[in-house]
Write a protein that binds this ligand. Structure first.
Ligand SMILES: *[C@@H]1O[C@H](CO)[C@@H](O)[C@H](O)[C@H]1NC(C)=O
Ligand SMILES: *[C@@H]1O[C@H](CO)[C@@H](O)[C@H](O)[C@H]1NC(C)=O
Length: 283
């Protein structure tokens, strides 16, 4: 009972922290419902005790469905995200999971996806397959229906940003995004979005049925010189796994242009920070 209470408290601290620090980005979408977080934490504690992998209909508000749906968000950002297109998970309407003959588990979901910048929302169906086996493989995502939101066009904003930073300006952060007051310089918002999009490649790859990753903070992002048409960036990102409360740090080298989208050239995992240390030592 004491343990369960402690987990609930951690979850609630998390919500407060999220709302204070993360004014923009997918995490607020998930954290806007403290009651759901508490319920989720209770459920999680129960699930951790039993450690069962149920099949069949899922409660859409509980972790198994939420975690699988989060993978769809990472996939959408990886495939379609840009400095002016960022997808968030708004709601899970229904979910179902089945074992696939010794090869893994397949989730079928009905979800509402939001494009955060244009504030557009669409109900989509999605399938997420988690392969089983000793070597951890990336989940596979299919999105049979999600038409309108993927057609959103931000070409003119992307092109304008690209031209500026190709010719005239360079990105170099002095402060993390967001800073310890939850603020982001408006000029840096497209690069905060772009960093989340680039980090989605890692979040998708590292996701399992037992993780729920969000970007907590972009510690820094620096533009590097290039010889080609791409803009090139080096960034350090703090992820947050809501399930384990771990804060993995990753270093990413990636390029972006409106024509080619985001390409991740190199990633490096740095030592984890634990949730409580992060709380005790704000930047
Ligand atoms: C560079 O930026 C300045 C002001 O920010 C602008 O007046 C100028 O036209 C820009 N030059 C180019 C080549 O884009
Ligand atoms: C970026 O942040 C990381 C982690 O806080 C730090 O190790 C690194 O030196 C920083 N890089 C720059 C260019 O500020």
């Amino acid at each position: 009972m004491g343990l369960r209470r402690a987990i609930v408290l951690v979850a609630l601290m998390e919500v407060t922290w999220s709302l204070n620090v993360m004014t923009i980005g997918p995490e607020t979408v998930f954290s806007a419902h403290p009651e759901a977080a508490e319920e989720n934490a209770e459920q999680e504690a129960a699930a951790a005790e039993e450690d069962v992998m149920a099949t069949g209909e899922l409660n859409p508000n509980h972790y198994p469905a939420q975690r699988a749906a989060k993978v769809v968000q990472h996939y959408l950002n990886m495939r379609y995200g840009s400095p002016y297109k960022l997808f968030g998970l708004k709601e899970v309407h229904s979910g179902n999971v089945e074992e696939v003959a010794d090869s893994g588990r397949k989730y079928q979901l009905q979800i509402s996806v939001q494009e955060i910048i244009s504030n557009t929302e669409e109900k989509c169906s999605a399938e997420v397959f988690f392969p089983s086996g000793e070597k951890q493989l990336s989940p596979q995502v299919q999105i049979p229906s999600c038409e309108e939101i993927l057609k959103l066009d931000a070409t003119s904003e992307e092109e304008a940003l690209y031209q500026q930073y190709k010719t005239n300006k360079t990105v170099h952060t002095e402060k993390p995004l967001p800073d310890s007051y939850g603020h982001i310089d408006p000029e840096m918002i497209p690069f905060w979005h772009l960093s989340i999009v680039a980090t989605s490649f890692i979040m998708l790859k590292e996701s399992t049925q037992n993780t729920l990753y969000n970007v907590a903070q972009v510690a820094n992002i620096t533009q590097l010189a290039t010889e080609n048409d791409q803009l090139k960036f080096d960034c350090h990102v703090l992820l947050h796994d809501l399930v384990s409360q771990e804060i993995p740090q990753v270093k990413l080298l990636f390029t972006w242009s409106p024509a080619e989208g985001v390409k991740v050239l190199h990633t490096e995992q740095l030592p984890h920070i634990h949730g409580c240390e992060k709380q005790a030592k704000p930047n």
